[in-house]
Design a protein around this ligand. Structure first.
Ligand code: F6P
Length: 329
């Protein structure tokens, strides 16, 4: 774990990558804990894009009023290919210097942390990461900010779809988010009673899903729901429906839940997690720790070296899918 010795007076906070419900609660905690500890806190708008464009502005206690319950991020966010290059990072580091920013809190996902790690290694900017992504796929943390809200949003939609699936005796494919990992798919699949769950990790096949559906029909089932993660590009649900039609002649309705899973008011669990993590990030910087991410191990907050977070992937739990398969009989 890296440490730095210079005294910090002014910190910057930014959100980066896909927005996640609870990011505002994390910003609020960083600002209010920072100010309580006599720090000045600056907000960097649009993530790394704003860092490279010098969109860095002071934040006050009152700027944080009425945001804990709001989805999205008041600081705005983005993904920046330019920051992935050393020249982009040099420009950003120069702006941080001009604004006397001594250290940073980065709220984002694994791509954001790779950027933060590079900023420390190349320009010695102390950074602490706070994991914010609905995908829950960050190495070193059991939970990420936004995941709980996203699965509850998706689950509400799945429950509604089950009503209509049962009324018409239909097969439905529900596509949920999740680019590289199936955390959302496996969790809502288990909680929503899905017959089969497809993750980006490739845990099952169309044949296996068809076997399950046919077994269900033999036992008297009249409707089924399959869950798929979107993977690299949205629309996997339609590909799956085509494959099912070609192999079995069965017709499947497709419902893509899309970006509604990213918005909305954060759940209590996400607000609490975000508040604790934001506060712990400031506390870590004040103690001179940097290039770490605040993660969770069960209920406990832990510090994980950003280097490890950036290098490793976190895959979803296949045991949840096995259980969902057994329970959906
Ligand atoms: O990483 C978060 C996430 O919502 C993924 O689940 C999804 O695959 C991706 O972002 C969508 O990205 P965009 O908002 O750029 O379409």
């Amino acid at each position: 774990m890296a440490q730095f010795s210079q005294k910090i007076k002014r910190i910057g906070v930014y959100t980066s990558g896909g927005d996640a419900p609870g990011m505002n609660a994390a910003i609020r905690a960083v600002v209010r804990v920072g100010i309580a500890q006599n720090l000045e806190v600056y907000g960097i708008h649009n993530g790394y894009v704003g860092m490279m464009e010098n969109k860095i502005y002071p934040l006050q206690l009152r700027d944080m009023a009425n945001i804990i319950q709001r989805g999205g991020t008041i600081l705005k966010t983005g993904r920046s290919p330019e920051f992935m290059k050393p020249e982009g990072r040099a420009k950003a580091a120069q702006h941080l210097k001009e604004n006397n920013i001594d250290a940073l809190v980065c709220i984002g996902g694994d791509g954001s942390f790779r950027g933060a790690n590079a900023l420390w290694e190349e320009h010695q900017v102390p950074v602490v990461g706070v994991p914010g992504t609905i995908d829950n796929d960050i190495y070193g943390s059991d939970k990420t900010i936004g995941f709980d809200t996203a699965i509850n949003t998706a689950l509400e939609a799945i429950d509604r779809i089950r009503d209509t699936a049962a009324s018409h005796d239909r097969l439905f494919i529900v596509e949920v988010m999740g680019r590289n990992s199936g955390f959302i798919a496996s969790h809502v699949g288990l909680a929503g009673g899905a017959e089969e769950i497809f993750t980006p990790e490739g845990n099952t096949s169309v044949e296996k899903a068809l076997d399950r559906i046919r077994d269900g029909i033999a036992r008297g089932k009249t409707s089924s729901i399959l869950i798929t993660a979107e993977g690299q590009k949205p629309g996997r649900g339609y590909d799956l429906a085509d494959a099912i039609r070609k192999k079995s002649g069965m017709d499947a309705k497709v419902s893509i839940l899309g970006h509604q899973q990213r918005g909305g008011s954060p759940t209590a669990a996400d607000r609490i997690l975000a508040s604790r993590m934001g506060a712990a990030a400031v506390d870590s910087l004040l103690k001179g720790f940097c290039n770490i991410m605040i993660g969770t191990e069960g209920e406990r907050l832990v510090q994980v070296p950003l280097e490890l977070v950036a290098k490793n992937e976190r895959k979803s739990q296949l045991d949840l899918i096995s259980l969902a398969n057994i329970l959906a009989t």
